[in-house]
Design a protein around this ligand. Structure first.
Ligand code: ZN
Ligand code: ZN
Length: 331
């Protein structure tokens, strides 16, 4: 099969790889779409070459099964990026991110993928392919899971700090839930995308101080919640100052130590600091229901490239010129 190999230093190639063979309880998927994720950019920019690629959001059609219970050839399926052991209590509940023996998808920027049945979700006929990628991958799952954890109410003011793909997903989700979204970024193109996805206010933090601007918009009250999608300590520290008393700071950008002043930033403001990692495949049906009720998931995708143009796809994505980018696999 053909697939993407990350060579390091922002170089990639399309190579020939051995076809995967489905193990017991697994299905072989002929992938149709694989989405690029911001979490792959570390590997893309690193000087270390990879044996394969870090793609993990995909959908396709079952071509062969090896002892699966419900799946059969011809079924359209979405692939979940986190695979649990399938046995433990968390896995029984469909919460693979909590499984101690979890593992990641072995690269989906390729024509074929062998995956355990429990990591696949059968897509209903009314779910188009592109929507299926977003509902089973993290493009919408992360914002959905975070929204459930935050519990925002219609009318709340929510600052989305950083509107890369995850920030854009949060903008879409929060707007759909009826909150007033303030999008903050340094990239005007992405701010414009945020507006199209429902953001009511745009702040380019290169030109305008977000704290002063949010103070203005909220007449001094500051936001109810700030969703940090940058993954930098200065951004997380700024999030504490963008929310008002009893506000919520949701950390979605992965990072290490951040020097939070517990007294000033948390305790004396009654602030809730939360983290949220990924989502549960068991939440898929709830997300599909939101799509059926009008959540315009498909708007998150701004670019599509055939597999052979994967280098261009990565370059555009890494330059911050896109929303969600899909690679389309050759038949
Ligand atoms: Zn991802
Ligand atoms: Zn498990």
């Amino acid at each position: 099969m053909q697939g993407v190999r990350l060579l390091g230093n922002e170089q990639i190639e399309i190579g020939e790889f051995q076809d995967p063979v489905p193990g017991p309880g697994e299905a072989l998927i002929g992938l149709r779409y694989s989405a690029l994720c911001g979490s792959e950019l570390g590997a893309y920019r690193s000087s270390k070459p990879m044996a394969f690629n870090a793609g993990h959001e995909a959908m396709g059609v079952v071509v062969e099964t090896n002892g699966t219970q419900a799946l059969k050839p011809g079924d359209r399926v979405g692939v979940h990026a986190i695979w649990g052991c399938g046995q433990c209590n968390w896995c029984q509940e469909g919460k693979y991110t909590y499984c101690d023996k979890r593992r990641g998808t072995p690269g989906t920027h390729a024509q074929l993928l062998a995956a355990p049945e429990h990591a696949l979700v059968k897509l209903a006929d009314d779910i188009p392919d592109e929507v299926g990628v977003l509902l089973s991958g993290d493009g919408l799952g992360v914002p959905y899971h975070a929204a459930k954890r935050i519990g925002t109410q219609p009318g709340d003011v929510v600052v989305v700090l950083g509107v890369g793909p995850i920030g854009l997903g949060n903008t879409l989700m929060q707007s759909f839930l009826g909150t007033e979204v303030i999008a903050v970024d340094v990239n005007d193109r992405r701010l414009e995308l945020a507006r199209e996805l429902g953001a009511r206010h745009l702040i380019n933090s290169r030109e305008t101080d977000p704290i002063a601007a949010v103070k203005d918009i909220t007449r001094g009250a500051m936001a109810h919640c700030c969703i940090e999608c940058v993954g930098r300590s200065d951004a997380l520290l700024q999030a504490f100052r963008l929310v008002g008393k009893a506000g919520t700071v949701m950390a979605l950008g992965e990072q290490g130590d951040v020097p939070v002043n517990i007294g000033r930033d948390l305790i004396r403001q009654d602030i809730t600091l939360m983290g949220s990692w990924f989502f549960h495949l068991s939440e898929y049906e709830q997300m599909a229901e939101l799509y059926r009720r009008g959540l315009a998931v498909e708007k998150l995708v701004t670019h599509r490239f055939p597999l052979r143009d994967a280098a261009k796809a990565f370059a555009e994505f890494a330059a911050g010129r896109t929303g969600k980018v899909l690679l389309q696999m050759p038949e």
